[in-house]
Design a protein around this ligand. Sequence first.
Ligand SMILES: *Cc1c(COP(=O)(O)O)cnc(C)c1O
Length: 222
Amino acid sequence: MIDVPANLARVQERIRRAAERAGRAPEGILLVGVSKLVDVERIRSAVAAGLPALGENRVQEANEKIRHLGRPVPWHLVGHLQTNKARDAVLLFDVIQSVDRLELARELHRRAAAAGKVVDVLVQVNVAGERTKGGFAPEEIKGALEELAGLSGLSVRGLMTIPPAVESAELARGWFRRLRELRDAAGLLHLSMGMSGDFEVAVEEGATMVRVGTAIFGPRPR
Ligand SMILES: *Cc1c(COP(=O)(O)O)cnc(C)c1O
C-alpha cells in the first residue's frame, strides 16, 4: 500500500532540509506533484494532505482529471505540447512549464489572446543540448525571450529543464547550476528543476519549483 500523505510529508521535510542547507526559505519552493498515470483517488488524498500544485504531461489526461477533481490547486503542464492542443492547454492549465519552441509560443499567445487570458509560462531549456530532447539551447534563450516579450498573451515567469539522466543526483548539480545562471542572466524569477531522484540537489542549487511524481505517488503503472 502506498501511503501518499506520509510520502508527501517526507518529501516536504526533505525540501525543507535542503532549503535550510542552502540558507533558503522553504516557502520559496513550490512542490508540484506530477500525477501522470496516477488515479484520481490518490491525487485527491495528496491534495487533502496539503500538496500545493499538480503537474500533468498530457492535455487529454489532465482534462479528464480536472473534470473529476476540479481546481483545488493550480494545474501545471510539464510535458511536450503539440501545437494543435495549444487551445485546450490555455483553457486547462494555470502554468505551462514546457514552452520548448517559438512556434508553440506564438500559438499559445494567439489562443490566450482569443480567450482574453494571459498564461503563465516557463521556457524549457535543453541544458545539455541532447539530441533527443526538446527545448531551447542555452545560446538561444536570449533571443527567444526577446521574441516572447512581444507576445502579450504570455507571461514568462522563468526557466524549466529536464537534465540528462544520470546515475546519482550529485551528477545533475552542474546542469542545475547552469540553468540557474541562465535564469539569473535573463532576470527571471522561477527555476523549475528537480524530480524524485534529485530534487534536494535542485533545491540546493536554487530551484523555486520541483516536479516530483514517484516519491509522492509511488511507482507509475506501465
Ligand atoms: C514524470 C515527470 C516528472 C516526475 O518524475 P518522477 O521521477 O516520478 O518524480 C517531472 N518532470 C517531468 C517533466 C515529468 O515528465
